[in-house]
Write a protein that binds this ligand. Sequence first.
Ligand code: BG6
Length: 607
Amino acid sequence: MCGIFGYIGNKSAAPILIKGLKDLEYRGYDSVGLALLGNKINISKCTGTVESLKLDIEEFKTEKIGIAHTRWATHGKVTKDNAHPHQSQDGKIVVIHNGIIENEKRIRDLLIKEGFILKSETDSELIAHLISKAYKLNISPLECVQEVLKYLTGTWGLCVIFEDEDCIICARNGSSIALGLGNNENFISSDPYALSEYTDKIIYLEDGEVALITKNNIEVTSESGDQIEPKITIFSEEWSDSSLIEYPHHMLKEINEQPESIRRCIAGRIIIESGDCKLNGLELTDSELKDSTHITLIGCGTALNACQVGSLIITELADIVTNAYEASEFATNNMIIDNQGLYFVVTQSGETADILSAIKYIKNKGGDVRGIVNVVGSSVARECGKGVYLYSGQEKSVASTKVFSNMVTALIMLGIQIGRARNLNEEVAKILLADLIEVPDIIEKYLKRNIDFSEVIAAINKSKQVIFLGRGLSAPIAREGALKLMEITYIPCLGYSAGAMKHGPLALLEENSPVIIIAPKDEHREKLISNLLECKSRGAKIIIIHQEGDDEITQYADISISVPYTGRLLSPLMTVIPLHLISYYTGLKLGKNIDKPRNLAKSVTVG
Ligand code: BG6
């Protein structure tokens, strides 16, 4: 999704904006641009990365006000004209926007009828023209923006500068805007991370709010136009360094951060003596857990795969109906919401629009929803007000790895907490928790082995498609493996439960078609072997991820990849690691942009 950054103060804005753009590039990155305000407004924009802006910041030393944008195209192709910022006809008003204006067609027709010449295909440009119309009514910049927002439907996180005004106006409706309070300077960003080097005092704009920002003051007004006292949050995420350190890519760094990340997720939440987990942020009593009749987990992309692993584990540990849903479908299919159920949205960024719509839907239907979230202070965390933080630290690579593992870890602990409030045996819970505490060390040792995946990469990097199969807990891991390889290498991949193969995907197989089978030693073994043989008999190249010493399954493998044993219910935390690494190294082999795959974004704030 787009990234927004802004600065107003006594320093030269250009270098601060460029750094801000670099920090936000992971959000969306098909084009970039910025506007600097000195005596007049100067705009630089282009398709491609921040580097391609080639802005000579020395030239713009005196400009102390500026706004900047990274684009992830929704309306209009990836062109320089469609890149942000967008200007009013007289060039005196400039807008950057993150989100989608749903009634853009009607506004576009209206403006064209009034003689406005539109330079781009974007919905965002229309906002600049509307504001310039309002500004001619001699009302203040704040009132201009408030007036125009009344005519818009859709989502926005936007910033506006006026050539004749020493201020920046920001507004939020659905797309996150964080304001950073400095000394004689103030900052604006789509996410708090990009502000952390300048300040830890953050104001999160809420939906409908508009802010007037000068270098010494931030004035926030509500949707009804009343001035409100903004809540200042201290943002402190000092425990993870988001720079690459010695790693070539954030993805490889984040894969290697998984042991530490899981340790942080379980820290202080396991009471091994009594076989309990305490996720205090849930604000749920044991009797509420005991009386709840079903659990609903909601996520997108990688988070959905984690929800599917979680739903199987919670069903088993807590003996309660647990379902996982894709968020974009949840809010639009008349789902029945009842207050006997517990609803959890699972998300890395906490800004995904489909997740925010699902929350709104559940709340409108009188349901209670909790967040399982990585980004502290994110919109989902604030909307839910209760839940579980994942403590993975910042995840920059678009393909999620360490946060997936923390999502599965948190859902295992949730299953134990609910289970212990119901009828989960203390000894069973103690054994599982003892194994869970071991997992970070086991993964750490495994990662230090620097496994050679060249045989697998050779088998898949030129293939027409790659199929991932698993049963039980390994079926969602197969889907996660497929998603990762597709995200990073653009090779068409399918992730399926192995039993479903014969009902269609088997048609895809021909001689040497790579089939990656996730095969921990568990109750699905026999059926998995017959599914494996169905593929083998059609000439597929069988690549098996199995536990060490499991000779029974390796006899069927053309290529075998062993992982340490971690306990039956914990196998997803281990079997996913080689899948992450295979995706990474295959992407590397194919020369792909590992951390910023084409067309994708770290969080999608449009529904
Ligand atoms: C996509 C990301 O945009 O959103 C995926 O590329 C991610 O990696 C998905 O899994 C869901 O995002 P989130 O932040 O809600 O977990």
